[in-house]
Design a protein around this ligand. Structure first.
Ligand SMILES: [Zn+2]
Length: 343
């Protein structure tokens, strides 16, 4: 399957923003240096007048250009093919294949293959296999299957393995996702911050809601069957930590989260957490980092479905071209969060 070559303006725009989604769709030849690059090459941009676009490395070589040693444009299709083959293998296998087995298929070393796979999908092969199984189980659950059937149909050998796999990532057990948080206790508080009143809700697994200008009625709407408890001793400690991260943005990777989404949404949320403080990305960047460069709209909707503002930093996504874009809690808060992180 070959995606079509974009027109020159689209291609040049992709080069200027170093868009990885275009890697493999064309190469950039630079007449003055005699080399060709992938669109995302990290090297300094050449002058537009010295650039020609080619559909493939072969076409560029035919005109006498050589491959860039920095971005290795000819490895793109080989990497892509290796990742697609591994995904196929993972989808079909009863048990998740080992990293070594997957690397062997591609003819790569395990370490190198892990890096290539992660760059393409945002996840290690093992995490990808887990996410895939969880997604299948969840799809089956929302289609109304029984929890046990859904778990077995998704390829888990036993229910206990399912719970073991999903523990720590998703917090709520399968029954709770299906049932509006039944059996789950959510501790909550509304605290004053310099950004306005902030709602924090957490299960015993981690923060499940962080928002501004909302109260517990929003929790009741999102988790209609959960038990809502204001305050709580363990919760107060977590709350203090959360407030500190909002007031003086620093490292909040250690704060546990209890969120659930599709495998792609969770990959997007992870990609958001990987953006260094003080930097911003576009939806296209997030889609690419989450493993599906074409799913730009889905990345936007994953952003909108984010339950935990700030800690899953959806405020770090702006429009291509630098416009701030939108924010669920108003642009003033987004602007302020970004300003704090820049310092
Ligand atoms: Zn290059």
């Amino acid at each position: 399957m070959m995606a079509s070559v974009p027109n020159d303006d689209t291609a040049w725009a992709a080069v200027l923003r170093r868009d990885r989604a275009f890697d493999g769709r064309f190469v950039t030849g630079v007449l003055t240096t005699g080399i060709y690059c992938r669109p995302s090459c990290a090297a300094r941009h050449p002058l537009r007048e010295n650039v020609r676009f080619y559909a493939s490395g072969a076409e560029a070589r035919a005109t006498g250009l050589r491959a860039c040693k920095r971005c290795m444009p000819d490895d793109v299709s080989r990497d892509e093919a290796a990742v697609l083959a591994a995904i196929d293998e993972i989808k079909q296998a009863e048990d998740a294949p080992s990293l070594t087995a997957l690397a062997d298929i591609a003819g790569y070393s395990p370490t190198h293959f892990q890096r290539v796979f992660k760059r393409a999908t945002g996840l290690s092969p093992a995490a990808y296999a887990r996410a895939l199984r969880e997604e299948r189980a969840r799809d089956a659950l929302s289609a109304g299957e029984s929890v046990t059937n859904a778990i077995y149909d998704a390829g888990y050998g036993s229910a206990s393995r399912f719970y073991e796999d999903t523990k720590g990532r998703l917090g709520m057990t399968a029954s709770a996702w299906r049932d509006g948080g039944a059996g789950v206790t959510i501790h909550w508080a509304v605290v004053k911050t310099s950004l306005g009143p902030m709602l924090v809700g957490a299960t015993d697994k981690g923060v499940c809601r962080l928002s501004f200008n909302e109260d517990d009625s929003e929790l009741a709407r999102r988790f209609p069957k959960a038990e809502l408890v204001e305050g709580g001793k363990d919760f107060e400690r977590l709350l203090a930590d959360v407030v500190a991260s909002v007031e003086a943005p620093g490292d909040f990777a250690h704060i546990p989260l209890d969120v659930k989404g599709t495998a792609f949404q969770e990959a997007c949320w992870k990609a958001l957490r990987d953006i260094p403080a003080g930097e911003t990305r576009t939806y296209a960047d997030i889609a690419a980092a989450a493993g599906n460069p074409k799913a730009v709209r889905a990345a936007g909707s994953a952003n909108a479905r984010n339950n935990v503002a700030v800690l899953i930093p959806c405020h770090r996504v702006i429009r291509t071209g630098g416009d701030l874009g939108g924010y669920a809690y108003g642009l003033d808060i987004k602007r302020e969060l970004l300003a704090r992180e820049k310092n």
